[in-house]
Design a protein around this ligand. Structure first.
Ligand SMILES: [Zn+2]
Ligand SMILES: [Zn+2]
Length: 291
């Protein structure tokens, strides 16, 4: 499975807003105002800062100049409420994103995992972290593709190696599950589900794309369905753990039932049975049979 930062021409119109929003931050006074507001930010419980408090926090005495910059931020990053000023949702989301990904390049990148094994040859896999993407693959063979998934640097640094795989796995399950059911995990906008029967042999024959931001993920159908109650119940019934790492589950062998409209059949064989799942083009399990 691979997730990257996709760009499509449909998003070109949004670039104007993003450009203006980023440009607003290119001034020391505006940054000071914003950081002063974000400093004690406590979600909906945040006490607004009064005009005087804010001016004091920024260390300015010239109210004309202060006003000019505060006014620039208003609407995009700062909101005026009855008792003063609070950061907008854009300001807090941007702040959180910067903290999650850490504005630093210094991070340990290579580890050998002793808590997992390559499903093809049994070797200890390699775990690498580079530019926000976590990759697990086999140093000994090329029979196993492994996986790459974006993971915030804070998560990489704050979980020990044993916890990391479970944390990434949970993140994939939740994010992909949200995207499959029509909600972008990054921006909550609507997503498009693209089931490509002609690519069933590949790992990513399901593409989930956000119509508004850069979120895009290519996954196999079973991974996309792990948050579906009926599918996870069927997996448990045949003796498989829906929360296990995806390479610990047997291949789900998708076969094409129809190309237009796309319909796939998945067969998953577990230690205590076999699950057959019929999928529609919206990745709805139409039929689940366990035998
Ligand atoms: Zn291997
Ligand atoms: Zn989005």
């Amino acid at each position: 499975m691979n997730l990257g930062d996709g760009r499509s021409p449909a998003r070109a119109a949004d670039d104007v807003d993003a450009r203006e929003a980023f440009a607003l931050l290119g001034h020391d006074i505006r940054l000071e105002i914003l950081l002063a507001l974000l400093e004690d930010w406590l979600a909906a419980y945040t006490e607004p800062k009064s005009y005087a408090e804010l001016m004091d926090a920024v260390g300015m005495e010239d109210s004309g100049k202060f006003n000019y910059h505060l006014d620039k931020l208003r609407g995009v990053y700062v909101r005026q409420v009855e008792d003063g000023y609070v950061p907008t949702a854009s300001a807090t989301a941007l702040y959180r994103a910067v903290l999650a990904h850490r504005p630093t390049e210094s991070v340990e990148t290579d580890r050998r995992l002793s808590t997992a094994t390559c499903p093809a040859c049994g070797a200890d896999p390699d775990l690498r972290y580079d530019r926000g993407f976590l990759t697990v693959d086999c140093p000994e063979c090329s029979a196993w593709e492994g996986f790459t998934y974006p993971f915030p640097q804070t998560g990489f640094e704050r979980h020990d190696t044993e916890q990391l795989l479970a944390a990434v796995s949970e993140r994939v399950r939740h994010e992909v599950g949200l995207a499959r059911t029509g909600q972008c995990p990054a921006c909550a906008g609507p997503t498009t589900v693209d089931l490509r029967p002609e690519q069933v042999e590949d790992d990513g024959c399901v593409e989930l794309t956000c119509e508004s931001c850069t979120f895009v993920v290519g996954v196999d159908p079973l991974t996309a369905l792990l948050t579906d109650d009926r599918v996870s119940a069927a997996l448990r019934e045949i003796g498989l753990d829906p929360l296990a790492q995806d390479w610990e589950r047997p291949d789900s062998q998708p076969t094409v039932q129809s190309v237009d409209p796309p319909r796939l059949a998945l067969t998953v064989a577990g230690p205590s049975g076999t699950a057959n799942i019929i999928l529609t083009d919206t990745l709805e399990p139409e039929e689940i049979a366990v035998e």
